[in-house]
Write a protein that binds this ligand. Structure first.
Ligand SMILES: Nc1ncnc2c1ncn2[C@@H]1O[C@H](COP(=O)(O)OP(=O)(O)OP(=O)(O)O)[C@@H](O)[C@H]1O
Ligand SMILES: [Mg+2]
Length: 308
């Protein structure tokens, strides 16, 4: 079965997109209870390259950037200069076991992505097309590469940049699941509904299972967080809701704040500390996403059977 694509996105910065993307990729690659081993790829679409840093470590990431093995190098070569280097070739194995049956890989990013993305927009807009047409064009070009990724990995996770980006739009359009981390506070909640609705409206699939799913992150035991969470859960439960909301929540945790909740990063040997307190909530999020994807798959199969 072709792999599934999960995007982690929120226009708002600093809400935990990268933290979620990295911990989810580790949770899936480290074998979920009752699941077969998975081949997991994280694609870093953010010029901040934080996810690349966590997964590769400083040394390997510097080498990958210098060697032109990052997403911006792919975009520049393939889209601007029509040089055919499949995106799959840019996947760097963080680790691989059992002949690649269990695998964690990353397509890293670099600070150059910011410039390349702008060049790309200028290039694609030469025919005086509007942004929507450019995004659709980029999406089509991307689609071929994504098929190859789907055929080689069970799960492809996109970590996206804050703000608006044509690259994020292309990833969101191709996604089977869109995860929107948010902090349950007043300001983070302000644009959440509008962001989710605009993402969903733009998606090729308008079925309810493809609506964005919000996950509460950095949850603290304060009355403000409790009130905001309850408001968000009521919004998500409404008949005309613009987003779903995962049951699982990620608590605010000092270990994450201080070092991502990860060990071995500086040696390029990323691991989740055996301390289950950090990893456990991410595993619950990972499991819940799998359940939603599985039931969406089942619904589609049932609908197809009924249509025959
Ligand atoms: N559950 C958590 N508990 C404590 N700190 C957290 C938690 N989740 C994320 N953080 C911290 O919050 C900061 C922002 O997290 P992160 O970089 O994942 O957000 P982001 O949405 O990817 O940001 P950006 O929009 O800049 O890409 C980081 O310092 C991170 O370590
Ligand atoms: Mg980030």
């Amino acid at each position: 079965m072709p792999g599934k694509i999960i995007s982690v996105a929120n226009m708002k910065g600093g809400v935990g997109k990268t933290t979620l993307a990295v911990h989810l990729s580790l949770a899936y690659a480290n074998a979920m209870p009752g699941q077969p081993p998975l081949r997991v790829l994280l694609v870093d679409l953010d010029a901040q390259a934080n996810a690349s840093f966590w997964l590769c470590g400083d040394l390997a990431l510097t080498e990958l950037i210098e060697g032109g093995k990052t997403i911006d190098a792919f975009l520049e070569d393939s889209l601007l200069f029509s040089m055919k280097r499949p995106l799959l070739e840019f996947a760097y194995d963080v680790w691989s076991e059992n002949n690649g049956a269990r695998r964690l890989s990353v397509i890293p990013s670099s600070p150059e992505l910011r410039l390349v993305e702008r060049e790309l927009i200028y290039f694609l807009s030469e025919g005086k097309r509007n942004l929507r047409e450019i995004e659709a064009d980029l999406g089509e070009r991307f689609a071929i590469e994504l098929e190859a990724l789907r055929n080689n990995f069970d799960l492809v996770l996109f970590d996206t940049a804050p703000g608006i980006s044509a690259l994020t739009e292309a990833a969101l359009r191709a996604s089977d699941f869109i995860l929107v981390p948010t902090i349950p506070d007043f300001i983070s909640n302000l644009g959440l509904e509008a962001f989710c609705r605009s993402v969903w409206k733009n998606n090729r699939d308008q079925s309810r299972s493809k609506m964005p799913w919000v996950v509460a992150n950095m949850v603290r035991e304060t009355s403000h967080h409790a009130i905001m969470l309850s408001e968000m859960r009521s919004e998500a439960a409404a008949a005309d809701a613009g987003f779903g909301m995962l049951r699982a929540e990620i608590p605010s945790c000092l270990a994450i704040e201080e070092g991502g909740g990860l060990s071995g990063v500086s040696q390029g040997q990323i691991a989740v500390p055996s301390d289950d307190v950090v990893a456990a909530p991410f595993r619950l999020v990972a499991q819940e996403i799998m359940q939603i994807l599985d039931s969406a798959h089942q619904e589609m199969a049932d609908a197809r059977r009924a249509a025959r």
